[in-house]
Write a new protein. Structure first.
Length: 571
């Protein structure tokens, strides 16, 4: 049903020949049927724009117009009329000089309400007119300037709606905290929008980590693109504690604890994609620093053949993972993709007839058909304890997320000798030093030589953007000092990053480079005789043609996939 102001505006626009009477009747019918304001239909159908409509109304009622989106109202003026009254009466105090109060209104025909305001404020009213949608926005902006700034900030960064929902992971279904409910109830909060926007943008951009870093006068958010941190935006400093609290709530952390580090996790859905997020909170001088690690299971859609092995190394890796027993180790620094390589290996050899069990801290990706056991040190579920239990359950293949201590390594080595296939990871700088690391942990060299089939050391190296890379002129002397042969340095075409709208500083995506050491009888003899890693490496390079990490990266540069600077930096 049309309101009195709708009818008056309709008659005014018909009188001014903006549209004929039958058009008015049509709009009035739509307004009644859809229960939608008459003015909104006129604006949505672009019969008039906002400025022309305001001009007609202003002339008709003889009240000066105003566009309030640029005005700022001081706190003293706002205190004359509290927020609840401003919302109820749909008005905004603009300024007060003496006993004259300038008031922004959108409905000049509600005389009784204006009389109420006169009595309430004990002021004479000077009216200015605006549209209802503009006035509601101005009221929110004036009484909640911080919220408005955040909303504007989010619009500028995100540029639209954010389709993101926090959900419960399978491990959390019995918890009392319903994350979906929290997300729904708080969905309109600027803080929730800000957190959702950050994660949504990170997912869209293929980011692996989000860093929220507080400083004395600002908060900096950085994204890790292809292994390199890049500054993205700086949200309002006043919102930092609220943002941290929001992340703690969805991560099942203690929001009242601000002096101790905390670790948590949550799961979210964007469209059809489900993603796990690991959360680390650490107190600093200027507030709590938060790092979110995004674990996107779509990264596991690649096959083992697509990971970046050279042909010879790929064949050796295939032989090792398809052996009937023995140990395969993936080594390298934190964040180099060891876990992804392990998962791809497991997917490659998975057979429903096998009993395949993993022990992980934490379980990063859930694999269908595979039993995955999470480590929980607080409850006594260590790698070693889990392994002891698993070995009583007749496993064929075991994956251990990481070998950190003697007990875990000892059980794993013995399991590999006694007929099981064992996969695991170690933090070492190259494939040869992996053997030394096991000896340092207390494992007998004879046991190592008997159990170990292969060690693959790896790194992640940034790939050049194919759309903007350009030929590079690099002196042959520098190339040979890096490891290129003299012929390669003289004749090969090397590329360098440029940068375009489709990449980050000339790079897009990452590839793995590998150093694969397949143990033969001579290497086993050298291990048993406790020969130094340098002698083993010398034998591996000169006798069996070991492709080192540096050489593997150089081959990527020769193929035009990466730059010389990236070769040096990553290897």
């Amino acid at each position: 049903m049309l309101t009195s102001i709708d009818k008056k505006i309709g008659r005014l626009l018909v009188k001014n020949k903006v549209f004929p009477q039958d058009k008015y009747d049509e709009i009035a019918e739509v307004s009644t049927k859809e229960n939608k304001p008459f003015i909104d239909i006129i604006l949505d159908k672009k019969i008039l724009n906002e400025y022309d409509l305001l001009s007609y109304l202003s002339q008709y009622v003889n009240i000066p117009p105003i566009i309030p989106n640029k005005i700022t109202v001081d706190d003293e003026t706002l205190s004359i009329i509290d927020e609840n009254k401003a919302i109820e009466y749909n008005i905004l105090p603009l300024s007060k000089i003496g006993s004259i109060l300038t008031l922004v209104i959108s409905n000049p025909f509600e005389i009784i309400r204006l009389d109420d305001i006169k009595i309430l404020t004990q002021c004479e009213l000077r009216l200015v007119l605006t549209l209802d949608r503009w006035l509601q926005e101005a009221i929110t902006k004036s009484y909640h300037p911080e919220d408005h700034k955040v909303n504007e900030f989010i619009e500028d960064i995100a540029g639209g709606t954010i389709d993101l929902e926090v959900t419960q992971s399978s491990e959390e279904k019995d918890d009392k905290l319903d994350l979906t409910k929290i997300s729904g109830e708080a969905g309109d909060s600027p803080v929730v929008k800000l957190v959702n926007m950050m994660i949504s943008k990170a997912l869209d951009d293929g980011v692996s980590d989000i860093h929220i870093e507080p400083y004395e006068k600002k908060v900096q958010v950085r994204f890790r693109y292809d292994g390199v941190l890049q500054e993205t935006f700086s949200p309002p400093k006043k919102l930092h504690n609220a943002v941290v609290s929001r992340i703690k709530i969805v991560s099942h952390l203690d929001i009242s604890e601000r002096q101790l580090p905390q670790d948590g996790k949550f799961q979210l859905t964007k469209g059809n994609k489900r993603v796990d997020v690991r959360v680390s909170v650490v107190p600093t001088v200027h507030g709590e620093r938060v790092v979110l690690r995004i674990l996107d299971s779509s990264a596991l859609n690649v096959s083992l053949a697509d990971l970046g092995f050279e042909k010879k190394d790929f064949d050796a890796f295939q032989r090792a993972i398809n052996a009937s027993y023995g140990m395969v180790l993936i080594s390298g620094p934190t964040g180099c993709g060891k876990t992804t390589t392990l998962y791809c290996a497991i997917k490659e050899i998975y057979d429903p007839d096998d009993n395949l069990v993993t022990v992980e801290d934490p379980v990063e990706y859930q694999l269908p058909g595979i039993i995955q056991v999470p480590v929980n040190v607080k409850q006594g579920m260590t790698f070693a304890a889990a392994l002891r239990s698993i070995l009583r359950q007749d496993p064929d293949i075991i994956m251990i997320g990481e070998m950190r201590d003697f007990d875990t390594a000892d059980i794993a080595v013995k399991a590999a000798i006694t007929g099981h296939v064992v996969f695991s990871t170690l933090h070492t700088n190259d494939s040869i030093s992996t053997v030394s690391r096991l000896v340092d942990m207390g494992i007998d060299p004879f046991m190592i030589s008997s159990a170990l089939l292969l060690v693959a050391n790896q790194r992640l190296i940034r790939k050049l953007c194919p759309h903007c890379k350009s030929p590079a002129k690099i002196p042959a002397k520098r190339l040979t000092s890096i490891g290129f042969t003299e012929q390669e340095a003289e004749t090969s075409q090397i590329f360098q990053p440029v940068g375009c709208s489709r990449c980050i500083n000339g790079y897009k995506g990452r590839a793995a480079v590998y150093e694969v050491l397949e143990l033969d009888d001579e290497i086993r003899r050298l291990i048993i005789n406790d020969v130094s890693p340098l002698e083993i490496k010398d034998y591996a390079i000169n006798k069996i043609g070991l492709t080192t990490i540096r050489r593997s990266a150089i081959l990527k540069a020769l193929q035009g996939e990466t730059s010389v600077d990236e070769v040096v930096k990553s290897t």
